[in-house]
Design a protein around this ligand. Structure first.
Ligand code: PMP
Length: 338
């Protein structure tokens, strides 16, 4: 293995891990791209790196400059860590409803954290729109440059997946890959990998959580959503700039009731401690495998590390309050010494 020049240089080149239970259930090879092994423990490190590199190349950020972003968490962690390694400050705007662990991690990573009440995108105080205004304001008094990362509509995000994630999957499988599927937050991952792999004949799917409107859009042309999901970082209600020009070959809608048992199985049976969006992704891969039939290779994304969701996804009281299943091993009392 080579020596990375710095933390930014250690982003990407993650392993593909065979998901044994899902593979056996479907007769396919279901492989997970281990994005939780990035330095910031999520897929968003790739977008963070490309957004920062793009701003530097355009002369928008000088040493000591500031990156502002509205994020559900992982992009904030990625921007803070990659930014610190490249000599930039970070200001992150986050909805109050996101997990405490992610907020703590963003602060720990050295970013300034601004919490705002959760509000829909049409509300001017929605975290994304708030962060855009904040960047503009800070930019007026800075001589080192202030950028709004704008992950949703900045296509440097999907460029990371066109240039790195997609080609890595192709190389790691030796071109023996039939399908790829994941959920969309900004849409950078699914559209970027799609743009890299669809021209090579790979079918690319979108797995949508409840409460998101992309499943409805891609199947009926209308943005409609129903239900909700405790998963974080995914669930989109519009065509972001990152999703523009991309059309999935397969779409499915996945409930928390289908996704969470998969998250718990990944942990207890395969040692993979994952966040909720990974459950949606693996459920999507299983659905796509069943649609394609046995003998195919399908890749999905292991998005982020599960310790970020200790107080929610792995908390029996939280799950019970939401009417969601609690696995036996999570509910048992901690071992005590007599
Ligand atoms: N899973 C998690 C946990 C995330 O934080 C995100 C990004 N917010 C995604 C999946 C979706 O990635 P993308 O923004 O590339 O669609």
């Amino acid at each position: 293995m080579r020596i990375a020049k710095d933390l930014a240089d250690a982003v990407g080149n993650t392993p593909l891990i065979r998901l044994n239970k899902a593979s056996e259930e479907t007769g396919c090879e279901i492989l997970g791209k281990a994005e939780f092994m990035n330095p910031g423990q999520s897929v968003k490190d790739r977008a963070a790196l490309y957004i920062i590199k793009d701003a530097v190349a355009k002369g928008l950020l000088k040493p000591g400059g500031t990156i502002v972003e509205g994020t559900a968490g992982n992009t904030g962690i990625g921007l803070a860590l990659v930014g610190a390694s490249m000599g930039f400050k970070t200001v992150i705007v986050i909805p109050e409803t996101q997990s405490q662990e992610k907020k703590d991690m963003i602060r720990l990573a050295g970013a300034e954290l601004v919490q705002v009440p959760a509000a829909p995108y049409r509300n001017p105080n929605n975290y994304v729109r708030y962060s855009g205004r904040l960047a503009e304001e800070l930019g007026r008094t800075s001589d080192k440059g202030v950028i709004w990362a704008n992950q949703f509509d900045n296509v440097a995000n999907r460029q990371a997946h066109i240039e790195t994630t997609g080609p890595e999957i192709w190389k790691q499988t030796g071109g023996k890959v039939d399908g790829f599927i994941c959920a969309a937050g900004s849409g950078g991952t699914v559209a970027g990998v799609g743009m890299a792999l669809q021209p090579k004949g790979v079918k690319v799917g979108l797995a949508d959580p409840m409460g998101a409107a992309l499943y409805s859009f891609y199947t009926t042309g209308e943005f409609k959503s129903e239900g909700d999901s405790i998963t974080e970082g995914i669930g989109q209600g519009r065509i972001t700039a990152n999703l523009e020009g991309f059309t999935p070959d397969f779409v499915c809608q996945v409930s928390d009731h289908e996704a969470l048992p998969i998250v718990f199985d990944l942990l207890s049976e395969e040692g993979l401690v994952m966040g909720g969006s990974t459950g949606i992704n693996v459920a999507g891969a299983i659905r796509m495998a069943k649609e394609m039939g046995p003998g195919h290779t399908i890749v999905t994304v292991l998005c982020d590390y599960g310790n970020r969701y200790q107080s929610k996804l792995f908390n029996p009281e939280f799950l019970t309050a939401k009417g969601l299943p609690v696995p036996k091993w999570l509910d048992r009392a901690p071992a005590s010494i007599p």
